[in-house]
Write a protein that binds this ligand. Sequence first.
Ligand SMILES: [Zn+2]
Length: 226
Amino acid sequence: MKRSVLKFRLIVTVIILCVLGCALERYIAKPYLNKHVVAKSLNYSRLFNDLNPAHLRAAKEFGLKEPLQSREDAEAVKNKLVKIKSNDYYTIDRLTHSIPYLTEGAAELLETIGRNFRDSLQSKGLNPNKIIVTSVLRTQEDVKRLQKSGNVNASSNSAHNYATTIDITYSRFDKIETRLLRRYESVNTELLKSVLGEVLMELQKEGKCYVKYEKKQHCFHITSRM
Ligand SMILES: [Zn+2]
């Protein structure tokens, strides 16, 4: 083959490799985030003000017949409940004062909240994040330990005792870091909180849950009505 043809092929190959390399570099380096979406200013305390009697009423209607005394008691009813595990839609925090069991309806509600949150982020052009569950089913022993640790909302008369209720924190989210080599930029927490707020507002309006905004605990306290 002529030298000039070989030289031409070499130049073309180098150009193609350069173009591909630049495209890949741009793809990986460009964080995927819609900068035009800003957090809605929501009055969380006013919007999510379902009081404890409403939570308790729903908990007693859809949840366990009676609060559990101890972790041993919990063993006996575990087969009637759903064990929740971190998945694509939510992350279960390290639970210290509760156990990851819910009624079927509450487990379904949790999955719906997580899925709607991810879908909503995607439709707004925001990077994927998962909600974090910080408290689930409490036994009376857990409640006593929580009270000792200074949690003012820990009550022996709480919907958390009936496996219908979850706490989802609004101050932390589980960020998905990358997809197909592409780095995701962080979405600010206030914006994620407002997207979660909109998701909860919708479900609350549909009569699927009661929601209380817990400022001290930095969470939405949510009781399933399903
Ligand atoms: Zn709670």
